[in-house]
Design a protein around this ligand. Sequence first.
Ligand code: FES
Length: 122
Amino acid sequence: MTRETESAGAPLSVVVPGAVRLQNGETTRFPFQRGKMPEEGFVLRHAEELYAFANSCPHWSVDLDYGMGDFYDVSLDRIVCKNHGALFHPRTGFCEWGPCSGHSLERFEIAVRGEDVVVTIR
Ligand code: FES
């Protein structure tokens, strides 16, 4: 369960409970809403660091994971879109191969607060 806080014009802060405990290559999804439509993001731990991205392919605006929460392929060392196999760099979200090549996943700022990750969505 995540918690969101938002005030008019201010960035949205989403708390992803326990995300600090992710192991390398593991991800966890989180829901948020910044407009009328519900959206989703995910937190990835990669090479000991934590990153957060929107779960939305830059070329079709659809989920990358088919709803399975599986974003990262350890053998490729890339975030993979399940729809077309596009490959995204795990630290930047930059698409290196696939139909959205040259575009990037939306990356969010994060902060660690105890065991939780706080994601800032603008
Ligand atoms: S939907 Fe765009 S590469 Fe997967």
